[in-house]
Design a protein around this ligand. Structure first.
Ligand code: ADP
Ligand code: F6P
Length: 311
């Protein structure tokens, strides 16, 4: 293998730049030519490809977002779109592709491999930590710490005003990020899609707490909770409990930006190195993950068949 490419796909995550840097520098170390593909699969279809030298990724390890940009691409769901993408790769003589993204991006990569024999290796990049086959995804730790800082700040004002705050945390269909930020932030309630939410039991807890003299509470709501988002949950609780002065905070995309934590930078660097080595060894259709602090290769399918569990 002489030429490889790297792209970021789906939602951006802090640490993606550190992963791109590791891929480019490792490729350079092994005398491979490496190309960056801009705007994910959309840019691949549109031919947005440029060679990346070792120096081109200087000064990015500390930057959030992705210098390659990212996108969600409808055309890649179709065979014709993937055929165009394969043509672009062939035009540049690219034989191997590193896809940094979530399980959706791997589903696309799997099809690209099956239909056009392009070697594809994935790196788990998402704040949601919802990918099977890896204990942690790149970006999760940074997002967790941002959510935690927000909860800590909200607690100050909640206690000062004797208020109940409903704090919405991202995670799409997964409650992992919400659960861990709620535990770390000492939330009184954590609502996640993995377990059924009972509005009545929340109301009961709040009542018991008030009877004990505790007037303020933090209720963390995962955005994908079965009872609805934080605004909807707050309305249902207020309707039953008549809580004066409750407030809703949606942390939202603040969780996706900013400088990556040391954990995410190191994780991204370790996984990025292994992705290039894996392609050189002839590996394809595998994601590089971290398991019990070991860097591991897992089949793409594990990303969606073995979702990250928590108890
Ligand atoms: P993530 O990779 O973070 O899970 P998405 O699910 O949005 O994010 O997927 C990113 C992109 O991967 C999609 O916009 C699409 O281009 C491609 N993709 C996702 N699922 C498939 C699929 N089943 N077949 C082909 N391409 C897909
Ligand atoms: O997958 C990352 C994520 O931030 C989810 O937590 C969230 O549901 C989704 O992306 C938001 O997507 P968008 O950036 O398109 O609003």
């Amino acid at each position: 293998m002489k030429r490889i490419a790297v792209l970021t796909s789906g939602g951006d995550a802090p640490g993606m730049n550190a992963a791109i840097r590791a891929v480019v520098r490792t490729a350079a170390y092994h005398d491979l030519q490496v190309f960056g593909i801009y705007r994910g699969y959309q840019g691949l279809i549109d031919g947005e490809v440029a060679e990346l030298g070792a120096r081109s990724v200087g000064g990015i390890i500390n930057r959030g977002g992705t210098i390659l940009r990212t996108a969600r691409c409808k055309a890649f769901y179709e065979k014709e779109g993937r055929a165009k993408a394969a043509d672009v790769l062939a035009q540049h003589g690219i034989e191997g592709l590193v896809v940094i993204g979530g399980d959706g991006s791997y589903r696309g990569a799997l099809k690209l491999h099956d239909e056009h024999r392009i070697a594809c290796v994935g790196l788990p990049g998402t704040i949601d930590n919802d990918i099977g086959g890896t204990d942690f995804t790149i970006g999760y730790d940074t997002a967790l710490n941002i959510a935690l800082e927000a909860i800590d700040r909200i607690r100050d004002t909640a206690e000062s005003h004797d208020r109940v705050f409903f704090v919405e945390v991202m995670g799409r269909h997964s409650g992992y990020l919400a659960m861990m930020s709620g535990i770390a932030g000492g939330a009184e309630e954590i609502l996640v899609p993995e377990t059924p939410t009972s509005i009545e039991s929340i109301v009961d807890h709040l009542r018991v707490n008030r009877e004990k003299g505790k007037q303020s509470s933090i209720i963390v709501v995962a955005e994908g909770d079965d009872a609805g988002n934080a605004i909807q949950v707050a309305k249902q609780v207020d309707a039953l409990a008549n809580i004066p002065n409750s407030r809703v905070v949606v942390i939202g995309h603040l969780q996706r930006g900013g400088t990556p934590t040391a954990f995410d930078r190191v994780l991204a660097s370790r996984l990025g190195v292994r992705a290039v080595e894996a392609l050189m060894e002839g590996t394809t259709e595998k994601m590089v993950g971290i398991n019990a602090n070991n860097v591991v290769l897992r089949p793409f399918e594990e990303a969606w068949t073995c979702r990250t569990q928590f108890d």
